[in-house]
Design a binder for this molecule. Sequence first.
Ligand code: NAD
Length: 502
Amino acid sequence: MIMASTEIGRFTVRRPRPDQIPVVDVPPAGHFVDGSFVQGSSPEVIDVLDPTTEEVLGSVPAGTIEDVDSAVEAAVEAQRSWGCTTPQERSEVLSRIADIVEANREALAVLESANTGKPRSIAEDDVSNTIDTFRFMAGAGRTMTSLAGGDYARGHTSVILREPVGVVGVITPWNYPLLMAAWKIAPILAAGNSVVLKPSEQTPLSILKLAELIAGHIPDGIVNVVTGLGGTVGQRLAEHPDIALVAVTGSVPSGRAVAETASRSVKRVHLELGGKAPVVVFADADLAAAAAGVRNAGFFNAGQDCGSACRVLVHESVAEEFTQLLVREVGSLVVGAPAAGDDVEIGPMVSRPHFERVRNSLAEATAAGLHAAIGGAVLDGPGYFIEPTVFSAVPAGAPITQQEIFGPVVTVESFSTTDEAVARANETPYGLSASVWTRDASLSLSVPKRLDFGTVWVNSHLVFACEVPWGGFKGSGYGRDLSLYALDDFSRTKHVMINHSA
Ligand code: NAD
C-alpha cells in the first residue's frame, strides 16, 4: 500500500510576477457574420473569465435565435458559390487560413492560455496543430475518392459524386477552443460547405480572434461565429431548417440534446462526446514508460481531455510497483498559471462550476473510502486549481472508474487475467479511446481488437496525427474528426446513372 500522508498537500500554485503577465489581445465583442463583426440582437452579454485569477477578460453577446438565423442566411448564400469552387480553389483558401494562424501564432497562444488557463506549451501546441489541420485539409480536399464509375447495370453508366452537404452547424467545447473549431472548420470548408459555429460560452475568444484575422482574406459568409448559450444558440443550430448537418464536440448530455432536436428535421448529426479511457498495463510492460505515459496523458491539459489516460487497469503482480512509479512521476508535476513559467504543466479547471464538479468527485471518492496516493485536494485560489491526484487500489466497479471527471485525477485498479482486463476496460458507457501497455507481440494486437474504443494506442497514449481518424463508439458518439474520414462525414454521396442503351 502506498502511503498518502507525506505526499498530500505538497502541491502549490505558482503565480506570475506582475512583469510576467502578457498583454492579451482580445477580439471584438460581436458575432462574426458574413465577413464582419455585428452586434447581437439582444443587449445581454456573457462575461469571459481568466480561470487563474477569476477576473473578466472580456464579454461576448448572448446570442439569440434571430442572431443564428441571420448567420445561417449568410452561410446559405455564401455556400452557393463556395460549393461550386474547385478543390484547388478551396485548398488555396485553407492554406491562407493556415498562413494567417502561423503569422499570429504568439497572439493566439497567449489568448488561448489566458481564457483557458492552460500552460503556454499546450496553447502553442494547439496553435501548431491548428495550422497543421488546415494544411492537411487543404491537400486532402483535393484527393477525395469514391467508388469507380462504371457500367454496373446493362446499358447504364454510373457516376458517383461527392457533394457538399450545404451549411454545417458546429458546437464546440472549452478544453481546446481553437483546435476543436479547426478540426471542424477545415474539413467542412474543404468539402465545399459553409459553417455557423457556436463556441463554448466560457472560451469564445480564440475563435473570434481567428475570425477577426481571416476577415477579408476568405470569401464572406463561409465561416460565421455566433456566441451564446447551448440552450439557445446551440439548440437553434440543431433545429434550423437550412442547416443540413450539426456537429458537436462536447459532453454526452449536450450531444444527446442536439441529436434529439436534430432528429425532428432528420438532420445529419456528427458527435464527438466524452470519454473515460482505460490504460491496460500488462505484467510484461515497461512499467517506467507506462507510468511516464500516464503522467503525460492523464494530466495533459489538467486532465480536461476527452482522451485522458484517467483509468489505469494494471496486472496485480505489478500493481504496487507501477503505482509507486506513477506517484513519483505525478509528484514532479508543476501546477500554476501559464505566465508563471514555461515549466508549468498543470493549469486550473476552466470554470467555477467545473471546479465544483471535480471537487465533488474527489469528495465522493474519499467518502467511499478510496485512498489518494497523492493529491486529493483543491488548491488555494484565486483560480480553480486542483491537486494532481492518483487514487490507488481502487475496487472494481467503483463509480469513479465509470464517470468522466475531466480533471487531474487518475485511478488505479488491478486485474488478474487478460479476459478480466478486457471485460472491465469495456465496462464503461464511453468508447472513445484506450491504451494497452505490453511487450508481448500477440497481446499488442489481440487486446486492441477486443476493446470497444475508436482509438487504441499500444505503448503510447494521446498521440494524434491529421492523417488518422479520431472519434468514438458507444456513448462517446459517432462521426470522425481528422483524416479523409472527416471529409466523408462532411460530404454526401450522389449516384448519377445514365442510360445510354437507347
Ligand atoms: P458541454 O457539453 O458542456 O458543452 C459543449 C458545447 O455544447 C458548448 O458550446 C455548449 O454551449 C453546448 N451545449 C450545451 N448544451 C447544449 C444544448 N442543449 N444544445 C446545444 N448545444 C449545447 O461540454 P464542455 O464542458 O464544453 O466540454 C467538455 C466535454 O466535451 C467533455 O465531456 C469532453 O469529453 C468532451 N470532449 C470531447 C471531445 C472528442 O473529441 N470526443 C473533444 C473535446 C471535448
